[in-house]
Design a protein around this ligand. Structure first.
Ligand code: PLP
Length: 458
């Protein structure tokens, strides 16, 4: 896709660079430099902040060893996976295709744990066995999944991981709580005796127990999960040597939000694991698999103001952007709030949600899709709610922060036939790199077969 020339910006160096998000390396100048290459919209990732987040995870307190797996679904872009792998992280895949994408990024199957709701069909079962032969770690999440893989794992003495329903969950919204009575994830408690008996008969050992209570979980409930999991290990899993507590660390995107303190959670867990080893003689290895925590605040969606109009009652202005729900669906899906940064055409930082004392007026940021909900200013019920901001002009850029996780990977990007935006990364030591081209109209329609037969080229 060639960007509209109106939204390709000239490089200007006369405005002082200021950090957008208070951590990392992306400034208003990075944004203008990137926009001068191909125009807007595009995603921009701060590679140095991603690396920083990986380092803080890998340095978390631990008792008897720690593995950190990046949850690929948060952002599976190849360069993102490569960068994370280079920090020494391992990976959590939620589907066979995520395993394949990790392999395309040069990641060895031995570094991947596959934990999926999907049930391998004939072809995928063959592939699964081949990959397990090469070291892929596999989690069974249901009796049927166990039945499919049991003969192979049993005969070859390959230990499995088992995901169980934690009994209680916690998430930033009901849709991300994976442990309540309405969550289907993992082997349900009622089925556990049946599953364990079957596994014993097949000669299967569960060496790893997996519990993930949800995304954006409350730290206090995350801690309760540690205690519950250790209790379960003692009661029902004599061969377990590793517990995997999933991901879900709560992350603050807005200045008034609170995130989880991973060092405090790590310290708490380490202490409980030490107690457990004193009581049982079992030294359990700990695994965690954060996605959001690694990438959320390193992502920016860079858009341009394409239209401005007052609302019906003249209370506030609408700023229409060339990127909205099709690139960041989180406000619409979850009522999530994201920080805004406004950068003028000439590169000046006009507004930042992280700076106090700026001139501000109520405004609402909307996208181009035919939904009233295509707005970045929604409350948790999905109702459009004005927010304080500067008054940008046509062509000024609005940068939506906190868009590194579950945006590019989860957005309904072809709605209204808009095209998936390009991805760029500010790579430590390398500068700005294009890591994914924008989708073309040709790619959008490529698989369609018309009725008329002839068809025309786009
Ligand atoms: C989604 C998911 C994660 C990552 O969750 P975040 O909230 O992004 O940290 C980890 N483990 C499993 C099994 C998941 O489904």
């Amino acid at each position: 896709m060639t960007a509209d020339p109106a939204y390709i910006y000239k490089k200007k160096a006369d405005h002082a660079p200021e950090l957008l998000y208070p951590r990392g390396t992306v400034t208003n100048r990075t944004v203008t430099d990137a926009a001068s290459m191909c125009g807007t919209p595009f995603y921009l990732y701060d590679g140095s902040l991603i690396a920083d987040q990986c380092r803080s995870l890998l340095h978390m307190p631990r008792a008897h060893g720690l593995s950190v797996r990046y949850a690929i679904k948060a952002n599976p872009s190849r360069a993102v996976l490569e960068l994370i792998a280079a920090q020494g992280m391992q990976f959590e895949a939620g589907s066979m295709n995520e395993v394949k994408r990790a392999q395309l990024a040069g990641i060895h199957p031995g570094k991947i744990l596959l934990t999926s709701q999907d049930v391998p069909d004939k072809q995928n079962l063959l592939l699964l066995k081949q990959l397990m032969h090469r070291g892929l770690n596999y989690t069974i999440c249901s009796f049927l999944q166990l039945q499919r893989i049991a003969p192979y794992a049993g005969q070859n003495g390959i230990p499995l991981c088992i995901r169980i329903h934690p009994g209680q969950g916690s998430g930033a919204s009901a849709t991300r709580n994976t442990g309540d009575a309405y969550a289907s994830f993992g082997v349900q408690q009622g089925e556990l005796p049946l599953v364990l008996r079957f596994a014993r008969e097949q000669g299967i050992e569960f060496s790893r127990l997996h519990v993930h209570i949800g995304s954006g979980s409350e730290p206090a409930l995350w801690k309760e999960n540690v205690l519950r999991t250790l209790h379960t290990v003692e009661e029902a899993f004599p061969h377990v040597t590793t517990i995997n507590l999933g991901g879900g660390f709560k992350v603050a995107r807005m200045p008034d939000e609170d995130g989880a303190d991973i060092n405090e959670l790590g310290e708490f867990t380490a202490e409980k694991l030490r107690d457990f080893s004193r009581q049982t003689g079992r030294k359990l290895h700990l695994e965690i698999e954060p996605g959001t925590f690694v990438v959320a605040n390193s992502g920016y969606l860079v858009t341009s103001v394409i239209d401005i109009k007052p609302n019906r009652d003249n209370e506030f202005m609408f700023y229409l952007l060339n990127g909205g729900m099709e690139s960041n669906p989180r406000p619409l899906m979850y009522g999530a709030r994201h920080p805004f940064y406004m950068v003028s055409k000439s590169g000046k930082l006009l507004w930042s949600d992280f700076k106090a004392g700026q001139p501000d007026c109520p405004g609402v940021i909307v996208g181009r899709c035919c939904e009233t909900g295509d707005s970045q200013c929604l409350d948790p019920r999905g109702i459009v709610t004005p927010r304080p901001m500067a008054r940008p002009g046509l062509g000024d850029m609005i940068v939506i922060g906190g868009t590194g996780a579950y945006c590019s990977s989860m957005a309904p990007f072809n709605y209204n036939s808009y095209l998936q935006a390009a991805e760029r990364m500010l790579v430590p030591g390398q500068g700005l790199r294009l890591i994914r081209e924008a989708q073309s109209l040709e790619q959008l329609v490529n698989n369609e077969k018309g009725l008329a037969g002839t068809g025309r080229q786009v």
